[in-house]
Design a protein around this ligand. Structure first.
Ligand SMILES: *Cc1c(COP(=O)(O)O)cnc(C)c1O
Length: 348
């Protein structure tokens, strides 16, 4: 019996028994020497799944993104990205602090940028301007509510990038959620990008790790930055082994998380005082607003916590529920009952 219902994040997923078995028996070596066979196998599998020449295992998505940005750009370059993207919002300003880069923010609709807006953000060769160096896209978009770019829109952004001679980086922490939603292989999304970062440790349930994929030349450059950042790991095969299981066994089941998120969102939408934009609920994230109850996110989350349901806040008035393996369909009625209870307590 669980002590509480876990809806804070898909990062809370524990490794599966199969992962733990694979970790126990994984052959290992010194990965800084390129000699860990399990890390090498994970990198080869990842490159193949992304349709790229090469890949690099990193301890976190944040390190995957910053190594990629450092490999693409030089100090003073402008990086075009969505205004609420993870790289800008949640990565401690690393692109500026570590790389001297300037974020150039584009406002998206639910996190999704329009190709025309990306183009307007790219500044020309005026002596006053920081030169553009890279376009970043986040798919699915975390703060947008797990929203997904359709392939036409990605093609549109790629056209803009090519017209201006700029590379593209995908923060694809949840690229497999996007691929499941679209019913395409992850490589069909990754093909629009020069580099891709994706997380093994979210819905895919590995305990640690992310991967960057790109051309052989790009990955060689990114590896140098990974080392600089302290991300050169040694017998990392023990964690890479779980990553291989994640990629081979855990992708298809993300559809369950999407189904649960949808059912949860539809149930929340009919509770008085709770507002949900159902059009944004495309994958495993549900964002809802409690301002009609005259409550803040923190007040609501605290009451919910004492009722045994954990979610994160999107202050001032929103909460976020993320479905994952740590949450089961059978828990949906309980969550709806608890939310309705709090709503009833604070109505009129
Ligand atoms: C989780 C996440 C990351 C990386 O997070 P880490 O915690 O550093 O692994 C990057 N981008 C997005 C969109 C994410 O959701």
């Amino acid at each position: 019996m669980k002590d509480y219902v876990e809806l804070r994040s898909d990062t809370t997923t524990h490794p599966t028994d199969e992962m733990r078995e694979a970790m126990k028996s994984a052959p290992v070596g010194d990965d800084v020497f390129g000699e860990d066979p399990t890390v090498n196998a994970l990198e080869e599998l990842s490159a193949r799944m992304m349709g790229k020449q090469a890949a690099m295992f990193v301890p976190s998505g944040t390190m995957g993104n910053i190594s990629s940005l450092l490999a693409h750009c030089k100090r003073g370059d402008e990086v075009v990205m969505e205004s609420e993207c993870h790289i800008y919002y949640y990565e401690v300003g690393g692109l500026s602090a570590l790389g001297g880069m300037v974020p150039r923010l584009v406002r998206g609709k639910d996190g999704l940028m329009d190709p025309a807006d990306v183009e307007s953000a790219i500044r020309g060769a005026n002596i006053h301007y920081a030169p553009p160096g890279l376009i970043c896209v986040e798919n699915t978009h975390n703060r947008g509510g797990g929203t997904v770019y359709d392939l036409d829109r990605l093609a549109g952004i790629r056209d803009v990038a090519e017209k201006h001679g700029l590379p593209m980086h995908l923060d694809g922490a949840r690229i497999f959620n996007a691929s499941i939603k679209l019913g395409v292989e992850a490589s069909a999304i990754a093909r629009y990008f020069d580099s891709v970062q994706f997380c093994l440790s979210k819905g895919l349930s590995a305990p640690v790790g992310s991967v960057v994929a790109g051309s052989r030349e790009f990955i060689a450059k990114a590896r140098k930055y990974r080392k600089m950042l302290g991300g050169g790991m040694r017998q990392a095969g023990v964690i890479a082994a779980a990553g291989i299981v994640a990629l081979e066994k855990m992708v298809a089941r993300l559809a369950d998380d999407h189904r649960n998120a949808r059912a949860l969102a539809e149930g929340l939408a009919v509770i008085p005082g709770i507002e949900v934009d159902l059009s944004t609920v495309e994958t495993n994230i549900v964002v809802f607003d409690v301002s009609k109850l005259n409550m803040t996110s923190d007040e609501f989350a605290k009451e919910l916590w004492s009722e045994g349901v954990r979610m994160t806040t999107r202050p001032p008035y929103k909460l976020r529920a993320v479905t994952s393996r740590m949450f089961e369909a059978g828990e949906i009625p309980l969550v709806l009952e608890k939310v309705a209870k709090i709503s009833g307590r604070h109505s009129n």
